[in-house]
Design a binder for this molecule. Structure first.
Ligand code: ATP
Length: 481
């Protein structure tokens, strides 16, 4: 049974990937050159979906909180930033290579994959041992564990392993032309540092008082060795991060607040609470007070979508030390100067897109009037983030119906994304809109000419009702907020 379910879930994941390509959501990067591994492009509907999720996050952070403002920092930063943040020395994963197949594995992934094949108790014991070794940075111990467990490479089937080594995940490039004095810089592996280095600029210019937050959305780059699972783990991806600056000593209450606030944001998308869980970190960074992941049940299991971290004054103190500039705040309420503590919320935009697609995708049988069955693929994307909100479909291409449809689109498109389609039978057009996740379709028919009413169809229930043409905009607007 478990195997069948796993197979079905694997099939479902493959079906989602194919669907995302076929319907213009996500393409492999540079596909005509056979693609670039773990890099993806968003097509017309994928980019619209991604933008809507980004906007929804941005609005819920900045507009819905009076004490959070946004910034848009550059991808390139002074190289010392990454020394201060610890990325130059510490942003690495333990890797191991199989000498026969030359395939490289992230050690934790290799062991976790093997643990999946064991019974529950054995798997838990193995993972506990692995976490201990990871926490102690014991690379020899990790190799010994792999040998003791006789873990083999999935390609060669052998356990002819190299030593375990740390592999830095940052991409580097040269700033300046070759003739000038070149200097090595990094593509940022996270957006957060752009917030930390601008802490005082923002606090002063936007006249922020602690507690306050700075939000940012932007690209990040990581040379992921085991890049797999479609857009779950990419080499170029987008993060939505918020650093919340607080008075030291208040971190517990703010950590609890952001944990709940962020889970509520996820639940506001409308997916079942059973699909989410918190996962406390076993291995805390030395400066961290607490860290938790919000995990979502993807077709390949529960995995992290977002991290919430209580980071003390570590980041600002490090930048203070390396830049020799004070990054402090004078708190007039207690008449004290201090380096603020930080609670961070960090969510991957692409992972959120995958979360929405995974949960939205459904293959359904639908009974027909003559007793036979039809089928459809539907994306039940939450209406507020759906790429197209309303499709307007004239029943025929003549007798003035297209003109009425075009006028309706003109009326609505300032407020939400509308799509016009006059080709094919209505049923076929509905199917196409279901596959794109369009929550509402309006059909303009001959009755519309007589009484100024239209049929509006709901994607999920497939029910139809007749409403006045001049109420369509309001009807849809109420349902996509
Ligand atoms: P993982 O353990 O999966 O590598 P992480 O703990 O390194 O993730 P963070 O550094 O906390 O991730 O980054 C915050 C968020 O950014 C993650 O929760 C995830 O949603 C997203 N993210 C991180 N790495 C990638 C990636 N390679 N591709 C897509 N999204 C990513």
């Amino acid at each position: 049974m478990a195997n069948k379910e796993t197979k079905n879930e694997t099939n479902k994941f493959q079906a989602i990937i194919s669907h995302a390509k076929e319907y213009g959501f996500i393409f492999q990067s540079s596909e005509i050159y056979d693609g670039l591994s773990a890099v993806y492009d968003y097509g017309p509907w994928g980019s619209e979906l991604k933008k809507n999720i980004r906007d929804y996050w941005w609005k819920s952070m900045t507009r819905m909180h009076d004490n959070i403002v946004g910034i848009d920092a550059a991808i390139f930063m002074h190289p010392t930033t990454w020394k201060a943040s610890g990325h130059v020395d510490g942003f690495s994963d333990p890797m191991i290579d199989n000498k026969d197949s030359k395939k490289r594995y992230r050690v934790d992934h290799l062991i976790e994959g093997y643990a999946d094949t064991l019974d529950k108790d054995a798997a838990e014991a193995l993972l506990a041992r692995m976490n201990q070794l990871l926490a102690a940075d014991d690379l020899d111990g990790l190799k010994q564990l792999i040998l003791d467990e006789k873990i083999t490479c999935s390609v060669s089937g052998t356990s002819n392993w190299t030593d375990v080594r740390q592999f830095n995940l940052m991409f580097s490039t040269q700033l300046g032309s070759v003739s000038e004095e070149a200097s090595e810089i990094y593509l940022r592996p996270e957006t957060a540092q752009g917030i930390f280095v601008n802490f005082l600029n923002v606090q002063k210019t936007a006249r922020m008082k602690i507690p306050f937050g700075i939000a940012q959305v932007g690209k990040a780059f990581r040379n992921e060795i085991v890049a797999r699972q479609f857009i779950f783990r990419m080499r170029e991806f987008e993060q939505m991060e918020m650093q919340f600056f607080i008075r030291p000593g208040t971190e517990e209450e703010w950590y609890a607040y952001w944990k709940e606030e962020r889970m509520n944001w996820h639940l506001s998308l409308g997916f079942s609470p059973d699909k989410y869980r918190f996962h406390d970190h076993d291995k805390l960074a030395f400066y961290a007070k607490a860290a938790v992941d919000i995990e979502f049940e993807f077709p390949f299991g529960f995995k992290e979508v977002e991290g919430i971290h209580s980071r003390t004054d570590h980041d600002l103190s490090q930048h203070q030390k390396f830049s020799k500039k004070k990054l402090q705040y004078f708190d007039t309420e207690i008449n004290q100067n201090y380096v603020p503590y930080v609670i961070e919320t960090s969510i991957g935009l692409d992972r959120t897109v995958l979360m929405v697609l995974s949960e939205a995708y459904a293959e359904e049988d639908i009974p027909k009037e003559d007793g036979t069955k039809d089928s459809r693929v539907v994306l039940r994307i939450p209406p507020r983030v759906a790429p197209i909100k309303l499709a307007v479909l004239p029943l025929t291409k003549k007798d003035g119906l297209p003109e009425i449809a075009r006028d309706l689109i003109k009326e609505c498109r300032e407020d939400f994304y509308c799509f016009y389609e006059e080709k094919d039978a209505i049923g076929k057009r509905y199917r196409r809109m279901d596959a794109l996740g369009t929550p509402y379709c309006v059909t303009i028919d001959y009755q519309t000419k007589e009484d100024q009413t239209v049929t509006i169809r709901d994607r999920d229930s497939m029910t139809q009702e007749r409403i006045p043409l001049d109420k369509v905009k309001e009807w849809v607007s109420l349902r996509i907020r």
